[in-house]
Design a protein around this ligand. Sequence first.
Ligand SMILES: [Zn+2]
Length: 368
Amino acid sequence: MNGTFRVGNLFGIPFYVNVSWFLVLGLVTWQYGGALANLFPALGPVVPWMLGLFTALLLFASVLAHELGHSWVAIKQGIGVKSISLFLFGGLANLERESKTPAEAFWVAIAGPLVSLLLSGLLAAIGIGAGLSGPPAAIVGLLASINLVLALFNLIPGLPLDGGNILKAIVWKITGNPYKGVIFASRVGQIIGWIAIATGLFGGQIWNLVIGWFLLQNAGQSAQYATVQNQLAGLTAADAVTAQSPIVPENLSLREFANNYVIGNAQNWRRFLVTDDAGQLVGAIDLDDLKTIPTGTWPQVLVKELVKPIEFSTTVKPELSLLEVVTLLEQLKVQELPVIRENGVLVGLVEKAEIARLLQKRAEADPA
Ligand SMILES: [Zn+2]
């Protein structure tokens, strides 16, 4: 995120704050310092502002504790935490990956609100049990209610909030499909977003408008993303192999190659994969290399004489799920990968563009 910088490490997790955080720090200090100055005139002119700043910092410590709650459970599940960031309204624990089971996802999601609830209860107990009065009682009371609000707000059952993730885990458990969980929780997030916007518009609540907009933005995105993931998970590499993959047998003459493969090939392939008699990949031939051979000798020269070795970072099996293929394409930053059977026979290429076309076609055939 823009304007975010690293402050240090927290239990080995890189810790970032966004510049908007200083705005909130200033606002809370100003507001709460002012309130304390009014409530307790005996404090004089400086102390209320220092207490305001102190309270603002504890507020952020509360948000941080919430994020550490998520992080701790994630780490227990063997999931790395890439970073924790604080920004305008809250925090974010950036996890390396998702949980593998719905139960694990449930615990990661609920851990943050549980920490906030626990802190709220603890602070309330201290406030009452220790018989505090004056500014300390006011500060402890405020922090107790802030932590309660943190817990309750985050439990709203729509993605991207924790409550949405809890709902996702429950639907995942029931349906056995994590993407259905995301889609359902996103839809609920969108509904809550619209309700917040409606109440914001008619009730004049600007915060409801902001929260509603935030929910709609994020829930819409995650629903779309999960819909695609769900489709991809239901397909395999074999389903997406480019129908006329550029594959040519090595024992063909250049003349036959030109006539039957190059002339009139609609995709304008510039490079063809070359296979031996057993169908195994032996290398590639570039159309540019044809130019180095006089046209007259093409009937006598075989494709195999122009073959160059080819390096693919990896190959995929036909039965690999398309979701994993796409993940590989993204990770390796390549446009295509060869699909090769267990016995080494080359099936064809899976291309990013072709996968996109396939999804498009399915979306048109079955508008959900
Ligand atoms: Zn949370």
